[in-house]
Write a protein that binds this ligand. Structure first.
Ligand code: IMP
Length: 424
């Protein structure tokens, strides 16, 4: 029995949705453990396109159990919207979708705070998804958050909302006509969702332990990527959760040995949304080509993504902090038309060669990437399913990445469809 964790190794948007969807075929249980509705997993099945922000993409497989752990900041209104969309598409969730009672809620007032704070940051803005993620995690750590289970406790939930009204006074006053500022209406709306959540609320730790003991295979679905980890990423230009494998342990209440394999998802080039350092960024025609060919526009916000070459310095860090066993390389076909490709193998900073990320993240703005140049394969690879049939230059490109990281290759994705995959 294998329990695989699928972790993004860059700045999110590596194509984890498809990898999770594929690996879900052999899993019984699929779990989310951090982040919130800032994530956007796009899955294409036949002629249907699904973008899920909160509910694990494994839900699209009719017989799987899906679980949202306590580490997720749950936007109950987005969750219900997704639920209705799934149900309207004929996907039923009764008895197979569970949510931790201890999820902190990301509520409308958190979005308001996110928006106000981003505006106030001006040029230094993080470029958040405006889903209230940072403010919701901040309330959690400050121990003033509202947890899912609280909505079933009349006295407590009202006390917490009163406390929030005081704590968020400055923000609420800035937007008096905004319905996100109407605390009473928000509370009533939230309480009206009790029926939806009552049958699916549980202790995810106990539930997972029981499923694991029964020999069920568990798939851990990471959101965002290693470089956005609040402790280990390019802080402060990160999200507010632990997007690396440790987040799975605390975000679900499991021990480390429950995870038997860590698969790191690496897009064949780099992208990032929002602000923050990006040493291999291409601000030229090549960057535009990557964006257009790769369809690099945010699935949560629609924002154009910044694009650039692959960065092995960041990836080595990401593999180490996640304990990656194997990588899944995605969107290789996006590189099909490029004459030459570059991979950053080290940085230069003030005349020194760096093979690790600099300690001071502001130095990452100044580093110069040292590139290894590869001939492009200039041939179509879309839909390929056998590694040995790939052009030799494409094989070399993938092997170079894996060898440099000291990990194996689990699969290579050559298109959006489930079938467009090479299992190595
Ligand atoms: P937040 O998570 O909305 O607070 O955003 C913080 C940073 O993480 C911003 O740079 C976002 O663009 C980035 N981010 C958050 N979620 C995702 C994601 O799912 N994919 C890519 N970037 C993300």
């Amino acid at each position: 029995m294998s329990n695989i964790a699928v972790m993004g190794l860059q700045w999110g948007d590596e194509g984890k949705g498809k990898i999770v969807d594929l690996l879900a075929t052999d899993a019984d249980v699929i779990v989310r453990f951090q982040g919130g509705a800032n994530a956007g997993h796009t899955i294409i099945v036949g002629d249907k396109k699904f973008i899920l922000h909160l509910i694990p993409s494994g839900i699209l497989h009719a017989d799987k159990i899906c679980l949202i752990g306590n580490g997720v900041v749950l936007d109950p209104f987005s969750f219900v919207e997704e639920l209705r969309l799934l149900q309207a598409t004929g996907i039923h969730t009764d008895g197979r979708l569970f949510v931790s009672a201890h999820c902190n809620l990301a509520l409308p007032y958190h979005k308001l705070v996110d928006e106000v704070e981003e505006r106030e940051r001006g040029d230094g803005s993080i470029g958040t998804t405006l889903r209230g993620i940072g403010p919701a995690y901040r309330d959690k750590v400050a121990r003033v958050g509202v947890r899912l289970v609280d909505i079933f406790n009349d006295r407590l939930i009202r006390e917490k909302f009163d406390q929030q009204k005081t704590l968020k006074e400055r923000y609420l006053a800035l937007a008096p006509d905004d319905n996100r500022a109407d605390m009473r209406a928000n509370l009533e709306l939230l309480l009206s969702l009790r029926n939806v959540f009552a049958p699916m609320m549980c202790d995810t730790s106990a539930k997972l332990a029981e499923l694991n003991a029964r020999g069920k295979s568990i798939l851990f679905e990471g959101a965002q990527g290693a470089m956005l980890d609040v402790d280990l990423g390019t802080y402060p230009f990160t999200t507010s959760s632990n997007t690396t494998v440790g987040g799975a342990l605390t975000g679900l209440g499991i021990g480390p040995r429950m995870i038997t394999e860590v698969v790191g998802v690496v897009k064949a080039y780099s992208t990032r949304v929002g602000g923050g350092p990006f040493p291999t960024e291409l601000k030229d025609d090549l960057g535009d080509s990557l964006r257009n060919i790769g369809g690099e526009f945010g699935s949560t916000t629609g924002r154009p993504r910044r694009t650039g070459w692959l960065d092995l310095v960041g990836l080595r860090h990401a593999c180490r902090i996640n304990g990656v066993d194997k990588i899944a390389v995605t969107k290789l076909d996006v590189l099909d038309s490029f004459q030459r490709l570059s991979i950053c193998v080290a940085y230069e900073l003030d005349g020194h060669r760096l093979t690790e990320l600099p300690l001071d993240v502001t130095h990452l703005e100044r580093v110069k990437p040292i590139y290894e140049i590869f001939e492009g394969w200039r041939a179509e690879t879309t839909g390929f399913t056998e590694f040995s049939r790939l052009p030799s230059a494409a094989q070399r490109y993938v092997r170079f990445i894996a060898d440099s990281l000291g990990v194996g290759v689990k699969l290579v994705s050559t298109g959006a469809e489930r079938t467009e995959t090479i299992l190595v």
